[in-house]
Design a protein around this ligand. Sequence first.
Ligand SMILES: [Fe+2]
Length: 255
Amino acid sequence: MIDCHTHILPNLDDGSESLEMSVKALQQMSIGGVKAVICSSHYMVGTYKFSKDVYDARFKELEAEIRHHQIPITIYPGAEIYLTPNIADDIIKYRLTLADSNYILIETDLNGFPVDMHKNIFYLLRAGFRPILAHAERYVSVMKKTHEAKELINRNVYIQISAPSLIGGYGEKIKQTAWRLLNMGWAHFLGSDYHARSDYGAFFVAKDKIQEHIDNETMMLLTDTHPQAIIRNSKIDYEYVYVHSTSSHRTKLHI
Ligand SMILES: [Fe+2]
């Protein structure tokens, strides 16, 4: 499995607070079967202030620790980019893509999509990037109207859902939204959005639940096949799957 959304690099954002914390988390990830992790630290102008050099130094430090502790996990650079106008310039300048691919992980205000969101995304698409919306189920707009996610997919945006959401870590409404996205076939990636301050178990519980309540193929697509496409910088289908189970089964889901 590959975790495409983590805040595992220490002392950069609101994620891991020490190298020890990161190593402990990576050991737990490895035991559960995670083979690769993208270090998607926040890129939020005015909130998190670290230079590209500092990011690169932290990345190298963690790589050295991984080697030292012989953890069989490969880490890749990345960022979770808070969407603002002209952000494409920063993405190019600071190489803020995921695993040096064309994929980028974007987020906006959770309380409502900004009015210029589609315009800003259009500029990113035109610049050749493949945007992935982080934790789509946590946006009020998507909670109110799941079809907002489909609207984004129609505009060539991929959808990432977060493991804690699927098991109620952010409340019932977000949980239901995440499952609706999955059941509609409108989620492409499962990420942990792990901040290294608690147990990593949510990722494994969530992937087991996808396997149990939907199917193995969907679980593999979200945790392996699609994240691999990021690392290989290859294209993936936007509408990947309509759940194989029957519609009657879908209505009976008790998560
Ligand atoms: Fe995040």
